[in-house]
Design a protein around this ligand. Structure first.
Ligand SMILES: [Zn+2]
Length: 267
């Protein structure tokens, strides 16, 4: 059954011009322009900043240091984006990266990602979603286009039904009760891209597995963290990461010997 979906997209891609290939070679239907997506990202980022207070300088320096190291190894086209990262004061362990280069990490995530390498795996994964145009792909599905895309030309704001749908498409809808989990295909793709990015930047890719173990431990007591509710399938995640670990470790060793040895002190 796994071939059904790719085949459908491939058939569709033969007939229209809105198709692309993701960094790992999947056929993608992308109906929106980069400028539309970047505008969606900007709107969502503005909204997030209005809703949550920004954390102190020490946390910001720490997260910025990690983000800088990863952005430095992005493909040239993506480095042209004005990547920005903010740390938000919230116990919810959440993190995101949006089209246009807008990134955020909640302080709750800093409690779960207990080393620079673990946090680098979160940031790398989120940037992976952006590099692979996942928001565009989600927005290009039938359900999203019929429900939400009017928001692009709408001035009704993010609290409107369309605005909340947009946050859902971007993977940021949990605070509105709109959880649109990233698909398993998107998750494993972001995992692979993120793993390679963190390794290229000189962060230990093995720590991505520890991060997921910490996530599981954190969800043991009560409700699962928001980031987990939008990032399903944690059992298979670890398997997938480990399946790509040999290659990531080779990249990591190479990066370290080339002098990529990030040192971002955790506050
Ligand atoms: Zn994800």
């Amino acid at each position: 059954m796994r071939w059904l979906r790719p085949l459908a997209v491939t058939a569709l891609c033969a007939s229209i011009a809105a198709c692309s290939t993701s960094p790992t070679g999947r056929s993608q239907l992308l109906l929106m322009s980069d400028s539309e997506l970047n505008e969606m990202g900007r709107q969502a980022f503005t909204q997030y900043q209005q809703e949550l207070p920004t954390a102190g300088q020490a946390s910001h320096r720490y997260v910025q240091c990690i983000a800088d190291a990863i952005v430095a190894v992005l493909p040239a086209a993506q480095q042209q984006l004005d990547w920005q990262i903010r740390v938000f004061e919230s116990e919810q362990p959440n993190a995101f990266a949006l089209p246009g280069g807008y990134m955020g990490v909640n302080t709750g995530m800093l409690d779960i990602a207990t080393s620079q390498d673990q946090l680098a795996s979160v940031v790398g994964h989120e940037i992976g979603h952006v590099l692979a145009n996942h928001a565009n792909e989600r927005a290009s599905t039938k359900s999203a286009t019929s429900l939400g895309l009017s928001v692009i030309s709408s001035t009704s704001g993010m609290q409107s039904a369309g605005g909340q749908q947009l946050m859902g498409v971007l993977g940021m809808g949990a605070q509105y009760g709109i959880v649109l989990p990233f698909s398993r295909a998107h998750e494993s793709e972001a995992d692979v891209i993120g793993l390679n990015l963190m390794a290229q930047a000189g962060f230990d890719p093995r720590e991505s597995v520890t991060l997921w173990e910490n996530m599981q431990a954190a969800s043991g007591g009560g409700a699962p963290p928001e980031w987990m509710s939008t990032h399903p399938g944690q059992g298979q995640r670890i398997q997938g990461l480990q399946g790509n670990m040999d290659q990531a470790l080779a990249i990591y060793e190479q990066a370290r010997s080339n002098g990529r040895t990030p040192n971002c002190p955790r506050p």
